[in-house]
Write a protein that binds this ligand. Structure first.
Ligand SMILES: [Fe+2]
Length: 100
């Protein structure tokens, strides 16, 4: 069974499992870079710098590949039922812990 990836910023589960800690940190970093580059691309488009936006989007896609590699290394993608549960748990965590 696939375990739920800890919600963003939750280090507690990683601390107790060294084998998972490194790929989880990798996923966080790569995911943040992905989103950051997509936001930068939007800004570049708004400023009319469409070629720069394309570069940011290409970099964002590369970060997705990197994140996927970390995710695959920890068998992070389960069945759809498991993924639904993992998503539900993650969203519950965010709502109950991160919005207080
Ligand atoms: Fe990367």
């Amino acid at each position: 069974m696939v375990e739920t990836l800890p919600a963003f910023g939750d280090q507690r589960r990683s601390d107790g499992d060294k084998d998972r800690a490194e790929p989880e940190r990798g996923i966080r970093g790569e995911s943040q870079a992905n989103r950051r580059y997509l936001f930068f691309a939007e800004k570049a488009d708004k400023e009319g710098q469409h070629q720069v936006a394309r570069l940011f989007r290409a970099a964002a896609e590369a970060e997705t590949v990197h994140a996927r590699n970390h995710f695959n290394a920890m068998d992070g993608i389960g069945t759809t039922a498991e993924n639904l549960m993992a998503g539900s748990q993650g969203e519950h965590y965010e709502f109950t812990r991160c919005t207080r």
